[in-house]
Ligand binder design. Structure first.
Ligand SMILES: Nc1ncnc2c1ncn2[C@@H]1O[C@H](COP(=O)(O)OP(=O)(O)OP(=O)(O)O)[C@@H](O)[C@H]1O
Ligand SMILES: [Mg+2]
Length: 259
């Protein structure tokens, strides 16, 4: 696992009331996401993947159990504090893009910076830089309906990245794209991750799932697989010196990829 813990669920249950009945969307889920991790979440429809993402992103509250962001339990925070933390820590990418139709690409990407108290010129600079990174410098004045699916998703990724969050949450980001465009979007997530941002991708596509270094599987609201647990066993068998060495080489690699 990467450096310090960015987000964690501990013994989380999530029930939805449906008339007289109750749907248990999450049934005792625990996992932690470290800095710089690249994680996929897979599982059948209705297994609780989106529910997990919404909890990690503080868009929803657990019925019981705890959600931690940067080590702080979110139920202990005031609404304003939580909104600020979310804005700074987490970027969201959705299957259906959720771009604002009346705004240009550039305006959509500048939007999350509006609440930062940055001068407009600085907001524009940051948005232009991130749009260049996703290959959209030639589409700044287009509106969402004038973009291809892949370009819409790149705009949404730029919007998620512009505030430099430590963690990007992407819920089926390639679900509405053809497979080639989907692959290029996944390559982009790989590139983003190689520069140090943690990425969690929910996907139905096993090929995409395999690209992630760590894979979590859900079924009926329970975790049925987490490759990090296996990696921990291996690490425990290593000597302390060996682990230290691995950590060093990872730091050097990280340093190079930032250059
Ligand atoms: N707002 C809600 N009200 C009632 N039930 C809900 C609500 N949101 C989700 N559920 C139920 O919780 C369960 C988990 O839903 P969730 O959206 O997390 O599944 P998912 O794994 O993301 O599925 P998919 O792959 O289809 O997106 C499902 O049975 C769903 O019907
Ligand atoms: Mg879902």
């Amino acid at each position: 696992m990467g450096g310090s813990i960015l987000a964690a669920l501990e013994g989380v249950y999530k029930n939805y009331a449906m008339g007289d009945a109750e749907v248990r969307a999450l049934d005792g889920v625990s996992f932690a996401i470290g800095e710089g991790e690249f994680v996929s979440i897979m599982g059948p429809s209705g297994s609780g993947k989106s529910t997990c993402m919404n909890l990690i992103g503080c868009l929803d509250h657990p019925s019981s159990g705890a959600v931690f962001i940067n080590g702080v339990e979110t139920s202990r925070m005031k609404a304003g504090e939580l909104a600020r933390l979310r804005n700074r820590t987490v970027g969201f990418v959705f299957q259906q893009y959720h771009l604002i139709p009346g705004m240009t690409v550039l305006e959509n990407v500048m939007l999350p910076l509006r609440y930062r108290g940055l001068p407009p010129r600085r907001r524009r600079e940051l948005a232009l830089a991130v749009l260049e990174r996703v290959g959209l410098s030639d589409r700044l004045k287009h509106r969402p309906r004038e973009l291809s699916g892949g370009q819409k998703q790149r705009t949404a990724i730029a919007r998620a990245l512009v505030a430099s969050p430590a963690l990007i949450l992407a819920d089926e980001p390639t679900g509405a794209l053809d497979s080639e465009t989907g692959r290029s979007v996944i390559d982009l997530f790989g590139e983003i991750n190689s520069r140090g941002t943690a990425v969690i991708i929910v996907t139905h596509d096993p090929e995409i799932g395999k690209r992630a270094r760590r894979r979590i599987t859900l079924r009926d609201g329970k975790i049925t697989g987490d490759t990090a647990a296996a990696a921990d066993d291996t690490a425990a068998a290593d000597t302390a010196a060996g682990i230290e060495q691995k950590r060093d080489s990872r730091l050097v690699f990280g340093g190079e990829s930032f250059a």
